[in-house]
Design a protein around this ligand. Structure first.
Ligand SMILES: Nc1ncnc2c1ncn2[C@@H]1O[C@H](COP(=O)(O)OP(=O)(O)O)[C@@H](O)[C@H]1O
Ligand SMILES: [Mg+2]
Length: 214
């Protein structure tokens, strides 16, 4: 097995887990990578997006979708790893057992965080969970405002925590939500846009930072 397993985790809701899962999946399939997208969040937002995608594209959605409850995850991950280059797992908020199982399955835990002190503080339990499971973490700053002195200060402070922080930040852009509303990603709906460039850059950064599982 050589697939990469990315779990997107953040106990704070609304940080951008589902957005990143969907947008990264579309960026990667555009590079012809074989991707499975796994939704274990009982809220089912990612599955809803997949359903919209099916409605407009039929079965050729470009990746393998999987919706299941977290306790069945381990077996499913093993099965999907044999057939794909990478898995993207969207995990539930709150300190659910499912989130722990999803973190355990990961080769890299991707943690979206919005650039405010409150959001950063709320990230601590997720970082502790990853540490307890001995999994590497990459923080991704999401919804970065265009004038962002506070955000830049915050990113500077993060470096002192010795947590991996993605060089690529994701802007606060309506294009992300708009593409999701039609079952797509920005790479498809607005190719070449700043949003598309960001998600492609983030995708490459994550891909190249992560050794495959063995
Ligand atoms: N980079 C972004 N730019 C603009 N809106 C965003 C961005 N990331 C997330 N959002 C919006 O924020 C809300 C929460 O995002 P979501 O991905 O559902 O978070 P989570 O899955 O962590 O709860 C959604 O309405 C989504 O469209
Ligand atoms: Mg979500």
């Amino acid at each position: 097995m050589t697939a990469k397993v990315f779990t997107i985790a953040q106990q704070k809701g609304g940080a951008g887990k589902t957005t990143l899962a969907a947008q990264l999946a579309i960026a990667w399939i555009a590079q012809r990578r074989r991707i499975a997208v796994v939704d274990i969040d009982p809220q089912g937002s990612l599955s809803h997006w997949i359903e919209l995608r099916r409605q407009s594209m039929g079965s050729a959605i470009g990746f393998t979708p999987s919706t299941l409850s977290g306790w069945r995850l381990a077996g499913e991950v093993e099965r999907l790893m044999r057939l794909h280059d990478a898995l993207l797992i969207d995990s539930p908020p709150h300190a659910m057992t499912e989130a722990r199982i999803a973190v355990r399955a990961a080769t890299l835990v991707i943690v979206p965080v919005q650039p405010s002190p409150l959001d950063l503080w709320a990230t601590r339990p997720t970082l502790e969970l990853a540490r307890a499971e001995h999994r590497p973490v990459l923080l991704v700053v999401n919804r970065m405002p265009s004038r962002a002195t506070l955000a830049h200060d915050m990113i500077g402070k993060l470096a002192a925590y010795e947590i991996g922080v993605a060089r690529t930040t994701i802007g606060n852009r309506i294009a992300f939500a708009a593409s999701m509303a039609v079952g797509s990603g920005v790479v498809e709906t607005e190719p070449g846009s700043p949003a598309a460039q960001e998600i492609i850059a983030l995708g490459e950064e994550i891909w190249n930072a992560t050794p495959a599982a063995s």
